[in-house]
Design a protein around this ligand. Structure first.
Ligand code: FAD
Length: 392
């Protein structure tokens, strides 16, 4: 029996949609099964903004980033939808590794500023340590529109995208795989699991793993803040939402004034979501949950933390104007992605809170994995992303 589809992609978030686009562009027959409706907010890929930046020290991520810029532009051209806003990214503070050297070696255009020069240029922000400005290759990407563009273009190239279609099992047969949904059963030569925080519901059985993947689902709650009309100095705030640069802040381990250990958990990031304000979040801060039992709420201490951070570091924002969001990170212990193939099943979990910027390129790698020869398991992905690097 010949299968109905070359590849069935389970999960219509950023990664499943990008895989479907790349596979369909290559002439493969593709079905995407997504358990929720279009535009749902229960995974990791919703919302109007994601940071887009090459602030990485590892050559693997810098290479992904170089390719991603080309692929985003291709998707924009194909779809006619503007996705990237190159407002730049300012990173400042005391990162544990050097970014400047590897970024310059990778040809990323950069400017190095002193904290006072940076504060003069962006008076709504305060800076410390080393300030790097990635001016022309960074900014933000509109996540909601990216999903629209990917699914629209995947469909235009012949893919079928089915929402409200939950996959409950993947069954192996000689020569094909059966994908069982709540209503129907489909067959394919290969299956992609791009199921985000639900990965461990299907992956161990479908891919024949000895146990669950080492993935933690964490509910995070960044918040939007409105722009202040005036700076604390009384001057008019010259910064505007649309051109507010994206930023990351590796704060000092001790508070420069009190000498006490810093109270900010992990790296702080921020970026504009036009129409909603400036999003501010703590990268390593959230609650361990499961994708189905999370509460979509934030704790009162989150409000205090965000407000105090904004008051201290972002004088161009109203610290009391927080509007909280809810999203899930699916994290590996190393924060590196999982991209590999076990027989007919491709496992694609590129999150850990930093996957979106690479979406179309990761879609290409997932498509490579889904079409590589049977006897070359996982060779299409870098070693650091393979299952063997995570299952130690
Ligand atoms: C708050 C937040 C901020 C972030 N900021 C950034 C950023 O600034 N820059 C950046 O690069 N990255 C960022 N990320 C990370 C980025 O958003 C993720 O890497 C990316 O969205 C992951 O997409 P995904 O497709 O793997 O997962 P998801 O978006 O969760 O998609 C998985 C999909 O699978 C579906 N599914 C699951 N099980 C089934 C089933 N059995 N049947 C059918 N469908 C199923 C789900 O419904 C879901 O739609 C951020 C993430 C969060 C949460």
């Amino acid at each position: 029996m010949s299968p109905q589809f070359d590849v069935i992609v389970i999960g219509g978030g950023a990664m499943g949609s990008a895989a479907a686009w790349q596979l369909a562009r290559r002439g493969r027959s593709v079905l995407v099964c997504e358990q929720f409706s279009a535009g749902h907010t229960r995974g990791s890929s919703h919302g109007g903004s994601r940071i887009y930046r090459a602030t990485y020290a590892q050559p693997e991520y810098l290479a992904l980033m170089r390719d991603a810029l080309v692929e985003w532009e291709l998707l924009e051209a194909e779809s006619g939808i503007n996705l990237l806003s190159r407002v730049g990214l300012v990173s400042h503070g005391f990162p544990p590794m050097d970014f400047e050297g590897p970024m310059r070696a990778a040809g990323v255009p950069l400017e190095v500023l002193s904290p006072s020069d940076a504060a003069e240029r962006w008076p709504g922000m305060r800076f410390e340590g080393k300030v790097l400005f990635e001016h022309s290759t960074a900014g933000r990407v509109n996540a909601d529109l990216a999903l629209v563009a990917l699914q629209q273009e995947a469909t235009r190239h012949g893919a079928q995208v089915r929402h409200d279609t939950k996959v409950v099992d993947v069954v192996h047969h000689p020569g094909h795989v059966e994908v069982v949904t709540e209503g129907e059963t489909f067959t394919a030569g290969r299956v992609v699991l791009a199921t985000g925080g639900w990965m461990n519901s299907l992956a161990p059985r479908a891919a024949g793993l000895a146990g669950p993947l080492p993935l933690d689902v964490i509910e995070v709650a960044p918040a939007h803040f409105s722009l202040a009309e005036f700076l604390p100095s009384g001057e008019l705030n010259p910064m505007v939402e649309d051109t507010w640069p994206s930023f990351t802040h590796d704060h000092a381990p001790t508070d420069p004034v009190t000498g006490e250990p810093s109270r900010w958990p992990g790296i702080v990031y921020g970026l504009a979501t036009p129409g909603e304000g400036i999003k501010v979040g703590f990268n390593a801060y959230g609650r361990h949950v499961t994708a189905d039992t999370r509460t979509f709420t934030h704790a009162p201490e989150d409000e205090v933390l965000h407000r105090d951070y904004v008051r201290q570091w972002l004088p161009g924002l109203n610290p009391d104007s927080s509007e909280f969001l809810s999203c899930t990170y699916t994290k590996t212990p190393s924060n590196d992605f999982v991209l590999d193939r076990c027989g007919r099943v491709v496992i694609a979990s590129p999150c850990s809170g930093h996957g979106f910027k690479f979406t179309p390129t990761l879609g290409g790698i997932i498509a490579d994995l889904a079409t590589e020869p049977d006897d070359a398991p996982g060779v299409s992905a870098q070693e650091m992303f393979r299952l063997s690097s995570h299952l130690t």
